[in-house]
Design a protein around this ligand. Structure first.
Ligand SMILES: [Zn+2]
Length: 413
């Protein structure tokens, strides 16, 4: 079966006919007629699939949905039985480079179909652990503006500098100081008014369309990863799980490592990725102390059982081979990815900046690169030659000195 190379056509046929929904639909498509009366008796999932009755076809005993794709024209989507959904999502999302919803759906659309495919794909991607760590949540979280609360002395430090300007009109110091004080008081008052006015204006603009959905105390969260330098490939979030232990006003949260160890840190909402949608959800706040007893502090990872189906790779006989080719709609071997968890560039200088601190570069080297006729190798050779010269010079100088010293000694004696 070319849609899923691990499954033979027979296997797919068998899986489809043993599926509760597909077996009923297959019957209808085989008969080729469907009345409203028949439809009303069916279950909800069957009805949903039968809405596409006109586009459903059976080819060599396998149920397909015929569609017109913009890219590949008319193509047949394999109708996926319940047991194959997990495999399809795993293959076309996890093993295909963890693409976003749109691209994963595009891959799916060319190959397979089931009734609630779009929602299933969205849910799968939303709860994909790798995607959660690597990507920013959509829609972007925009907390309302607020101030960060320091949790230890000198945690947050801000300083203003001001310089007293000499008054030009009054040289008398007392007058000057009084004048200055008056001016300062007035300007401070005006500045304060302006600051508050502008701050509230800014806050109002910033708070437009903010997502202030509070994170519950005890929720498991991820912390933002601040990578310095070039960071195209790096994850957006640290994989280390934290959990919320306090919630202050102004969207500031007190967080601690998920196992309950380490100090409590205060961070703003912007620094937090709520994993609430994963099955790693922490229990309510009342359970916090109890949860710290468990090994991962309540970081409950639900491991979905792999599909219990035996995967068969069968070399088919010549007769079946031909049949296989006819049923083949599109070749859909997923890109091979040994380690689907980490995306890495293959470049040897990946992640390395040629001059990260913008240090001054040698003019000679620059010229060498500009004028192609001077090769950098020549400079290496030149360096070696100078080094050799240095050694020989040193040797001869040493010799001369020794001779001189000997002469000096002899003359002294
Ligand atoms: Zn993913």
């Amino acid at each position: 079966m070319s849609t899923f190379p691990e499954y033979t056509a027979d296997k797919i046929k068998q899986l489809q006919s043993s599926d509760n929904v597909l077996s009923v639909v297959l019957n209808f498509v085989e008969q080729g007629k469907l009345t409203t009366q028949m439809l009303t008796k069916q279950t909800k999932p069957v009805k949903k699939l039968l809405r596409k009755f006109d586009s459903l076809v059976i080819d060599n005993g396998i149920l397909y949905r015929k569609i017109n794709d913009i890219e590949c024209g008319e193509c047949k989507q394999l109708v996926i039985p319940e047991t194959l959904k997990h495999y399809a999502l795993e293959t076309l999302h996890n093993l295909s480079g963890h693409q976003g919803t749109e691209r994963t759906l595009a891959l799916m659309h060319k190959r397979c179909y089931w009734s609630d495919m779009v929602n299933d794909v969205k849910h799968w991607i939303k709860t994909c652990e790798r995607c959660l760590v690597a990507k920013n949540p959509l829609p972007k979280v925009r907390p309302s503006m607020g101030s960060l609360i320091a949790c230890k002395p000198l945690d947050i430090l801000a300083m203003d500098f001001t310089v007293l300007e000499k008054s030009s009109d009054d040289p008398d110091l007392d007058n000057y100081l009084a004048n200055h004080q008056k001016q300062m008081t007035e300007s401070l008052k005006t500045a304060n008014e302006n600051i508050h006015k502008k701050a509230s204006e800014r806050q109002e603009i910033m708070n437009r369309g903010t997502d202030n959905k509070p994170i519950e105390i005890g929720s498991n969260i991820l912390l933002k990863k601040h990578v310095q330098g070039r960071n195209k490939m790096q994850d957006n979030w640290h994989p280390t799980p934290y959990r919320v232990v306090h919630r202050f006003k102004d969207n500031v949260y007190g967080i601690q490592l998920a196992d309950g160890s380490g100090p409590v840190r205060n961070v703003t909402r912007r620094e937090i990725c709520d994993t609430g949608k994963l099955d790693m959800m922490q229990n309510s706040s009342s359970d916090i102390t109890e949860d710290s007893n468990s090994s991962f502090g309540g970081w409950n990872v639900t491991i979905v059982d792999p599909i219990p189906l035996p995967i068969q790779i069968e070399h088919q006989e010549s007769g079946e081979d031909e049949q296989d080719i006819t049923t083949a709609s599109i070749d859909m071997t997923p890109p091979v990815d040994d380690d689907n968890s980490i995306r890495r560039s293959k470049r040897t200088n990946a992640g390395k900046h040629s001059n990260p601190f913008n240090l001054p570069k040698s003019v000679l080297l620059k010229e060498a690169s500009v004028h192609g006729n001077i090769e950098p190798v020549k400079f290496e050779q030149l360096g070696e030659a100078i080094a050799a010269l240095g050694t020989s010079l040193g040797q001869s100088l040493g010799q001369t000195l020794q001779e001189g010293w000997l002469k000096h000694n002899m003359s002294n004696n």
